[in-house]
Design a protein around this ligand. Structure first.
Ligand code: NIG
Ligand code: FE
Length: 420
């Protein structure tokens, strides 16, 4: 393979170039689009992105040239909230919800997260990597090149480590990039139901030290919710995680206003995720502490709810919003960022431009990778997608189809749609 690569003939090169920070307010709509753009890549890095006439002189004989065929070229999506390693599926619960059962009722009778925990405990590392590769392929096909990946379906030391090791192996063995998060506090396992304080101690005193010692996670997350972990328990776990050098993310105010956003702000967490029930005080607290909200409309949709997080209020308050899939076998069985863009525009009234900033550059900053990915700028990793459309707004407008035509990670072709 030649060491240099040029992408030419882009109808729109959506660079998202701009200030080196997460975007807020009106900046969310500034995508820095270059019409008739082109890009020059050396090795795994972008060397230049600009007008065709600026890039053409850089193209030498040994350079591989990709003709984008007047399509849209964009950074790969960065999906900043996923649960991609689990065994089994929960189509039975999906069916039960169609006849009136709620997510919480199903969980209260031993289904939900606990059902996936049982299946995942019974799976080997090899099994998990095998199914994980199938899902990695789904992410890539949708145009996603980096995902944040949570554990949380093991809930014993060995099973949580098994999931984190599977994430590491998937990162090494697939073109998709994974950012690992320890979510040992995803649920109280049934064997600790009447001794929940002992489970919190297990997470704090045994799981976190092992995860940190083996450097298996960059972040720690907690499902802070009425029937799951209280704000006090979440505080204990997240404070301990911080002492081990982990960044903090919180499942906050998803099913009720349980104080997760305020907690995330108090702890200066990197993100507060979900926020379907957040109130004005919670939004103000996130703003004061510069916590990024990660909005997950796929889970609202798949649970058949219409309570979407108040994205417009958050944008008006100056928050650097992020959009992600929440891919998991219960509340959000989709790896599709284009589907999330459609929901963000139709249900949360974000503009297509805001939705793209939220799912690329802002997501990259929320994972501590704002200098590495999320835009097409000199020096960044060449993670980009050629989408089969002429106008970036089509990504949110035509929904339920796969737009990605060619997906590149580190300057190498990771996935392609057959030409018809
Ligand atoms: O983000 N809320 C907690 N965790 C997931 C659901 C996990 C599951 O149902 O398996 C979520 O929605
Ligand atoms: Fe989640």
């Amino acid at each position: 393979m030649s060491n240099s690569l040029a992408v030419v003939n882009c109808a729109q090169l959506v660079t998202l170039a701009g200030a080196r920070r997460a975007r807020t307010g009106g900046d969310l709509r500034q995508l820095a689009i270059i019409d008739d753009g082109a890009m020059f890549i050396r090795g795994d890095r972008i060397e230049a992105a600009g007008k065709r006439r600026e890039i053409e002189p850089l193209i030498t004989g040994d350079c591989e040239v990709i003709d984008a065929g007047r399509r849209v070229v964009m950074p790969g999506f960065v999906d900043a909230h996923t649960h991609p390693v689990f065994a089994g599926i929960r189509a039975n619960e999906f069916e039960q919800r169609t006849t009136g059962a709620t997510y919480r009722e199903i969980a209260a009778r031993g289904g939900g997260i606990r059902a996936t925990v049982r299946a995942t405990r019974n799976a080997s590392l090899k099994d998990l990597v095998k199914v994980g590769k199938r899902y990695a392929d789904w992410f890539l096909r949708g145009g996603t090149t980096t995902i944040e990946a949570k554990s949380g379906y093991g809930l014993t030391i060995e099973d949580e480590l098994k999931i984190l090791r599977a994430i590491k192996q998937l990162d090494e063995e697939t073109p998709l990039n994974y950012v690992p998060t320890f979510l040992g506090a995803h649920d109280i396992p049934s064997e600790y139901k009447t001794r929940r304080h002992l489970y919190v101690s297990l997470v704090v005193n045994e799981m976190l030290p092992r995860v940190a010692e083996e450097t298996l996670a960059e972040y720690c997350d907690v499902f802070c919710e009425e029937d799951v972990f209280t704000t006090e328990e979440s505080w204990q776990i997240l404070s301990a995680a911080r002492c081990h050098g982990l960044g903090l993310r919180v499942h906050a105010d998803q099913l009720s206003l349980s104080g997760g956003a305020k907690l995330a702000a108090e702890l200066n967490a990197t993100t507060a995720d979900h926020l379907e029930h957040v109130d004005a005080a919670g939004i103000a607290a996130l703003k004061a502490a510069q916590v990024q909200p990660v909005l997950l409309p796929g889970s609202v949709y798949a649970l058949g709810s219409n309570r979407y997080p108040p994205a417009r209020e958050m944008i008006d308050a100056g928050l650097a919003v992020v959009l992600a899939t929440d891919f998991n076998p219960g509340s959000s069985p989709t790896p599709s960022m284009p589907m999330v863009l459609s929901l963000a525009c139709t249900q949360m009234k974000m503009t297509p431009g805001e939705a793209i900033s939220a799912s690329t550059i802002n997501a990259a900053y929320s994972l501590g990778r704002g200098d590495e990915i999320g835009s097409l700028e000199k020096g960044k990793r060449a993670d980009f997608v050629i989408h089969d459309c002429r106008d970036y707004r089509e990504l949110a407008y035509f929904f339920g189809i796969e737009h990605a035509w060619r997906v590149y990670v580190s300057g190498e072709l990771a996935c392609q749609k057959p030409d018809r």
